[in-house]
Design a protein around this ligand. Structure first.
Ligand code: BMA
Length: 311
């Protein structure tokens, strides 16, 4: 049995509030992508109002990041968006698609949390597209290519009858979504039995779409956020081929165990490299950013060889 799936970078944490040129309380839950031969990170920060904004940092090697002087996405002042972003913008994910980069983020307001879609081609300017969910949704990831002629997203609506599960939806234009279906639920007596939600943008492999998601386990000492993997069928992503019945990463380093929220590793991004490895990025205890590497085939194998039921 394999001991560790993720090898932590020895220089963790890779980005903290002390590295940010403006005043923030945290740096966490970042989406990461490759752009123009460099790594771009969009990271969430809490302000001392308790609300969040999204900053941007760049790196040559995927580990040493330098933050820019100004944040990248802050709550909008435009009438259509401002009403739903008043309480902050959080947890960005980046999908390279059709020659552009699409960013999904959680928008908070007195009406709840919903998902905004924004677009950039150069990571200098960013435009809002539209909101792609109502409340209460979080953790939307858009697949990096059309499947059977349609865009595909995973997200995590919440309801009392079926709490914090992963759904799939399809779209012709990224704006209007439908044919929604529940694909994965938390299952009792497994490591992710309380809540699950999409994490990194799915990675295409020969055996299926690899989805790195977060799973939450309740304890007498509060919740523990860990990361796990699931595999979706390539041409029918609503079909789950396997869900790893072991986590791939759990809070262990001091900055993952203690922070703004204790015992959290939470991902919004991973970058697949040409050599079959991936760089995985996660927020530690909702306070700092961490990175590590994993072998893609080993994660796929975990989904297929030690699977729990999907729902
Ligand atoms: C979730 C979200 C994440 C956060 C996690 C742990 O519900 O709010 O942004 O990282 O809780 O606090």
């Amino acid at each position: 049995m394999k001991k560790e799936f993720v090898t932590r970078y020895e220089g963790n944490p890779i980005l903290t509030k002390d590295d940010i040129p403006y005043k923030v309380e945290t740096v966490h839950n970042a989406g990461v992508t490759k752009f123009d031969g460099r790594y771009i990170m969009l990271f969430r920060s809490h302000l001392d109002t308790g609300r969040s904004i999204i900053g941007i940092a760049e790196s040559e090697d995927g580990f040493k990041f330098t933050a820019r002087d100004e944040p990248f996405i802050v709550p909008s002042k435009e009438p259509v968006f401002s009403e739903y972003e008043e309480y902050g913008v959080e947890d960005p994910r980046i999908t390279a698609l059709d020659g552009a980069y699409y960013i999904t983020y959680s928008a908070y307001s007195k009406y709840g949390v919903r998902i905004g879609l924004a677009k950039t081609t150069d990571f200098q300017s960013v435009e809002r597209v539209t909101f792609i969910t109502q409340a209460d949704y979080r953790n939307t990831v858009i697949f990096p290519e059309k499947i059977n002629g349609r865009y595909v997203k995973l997200d995590r609506p919440h309801s009392d009858i079926s709490p914090w599960s992963i759904w799939i939806s399809f779209s012709e234009d990224l704006r209007y979504w439908g044919d929604s279906k529940l694909v994965m639920k938390p299952v009792a007596y497994h490591w992710d039995e309380m809540k699950i939600g999409p994490g990194a943008v799915p990675i295409k492999t020969e055996k299926g779409w690899l989805s790195i998601y977060h799973g939450v386990f309740p304890t007498m000492d509060g919740c523990v956020y860990r990361l796990g993997v699931a595999l979706h069928k390539l041409d029918e992503p609503e079909v789950i081929l396997g869900v790893g019945d072991r986590w791939i990463l759990q809070p262990e380093d001091p900055w993952e165990v203690v922070g703004y929220v204790h015992n959290v590793v939470f991902t919004c991004g991973a970058v697949a490299e040409d050599d079959g490895t991936l760089k995985l990025y996660w927020g530690g205890a909702d306070k700092v950013m961490c990175a590590g590497t994993a072998v893609i085939d080993e994660l796929v194998e975990l989904c297929l060889s030690e699977s729990r039921e999907a729902k």
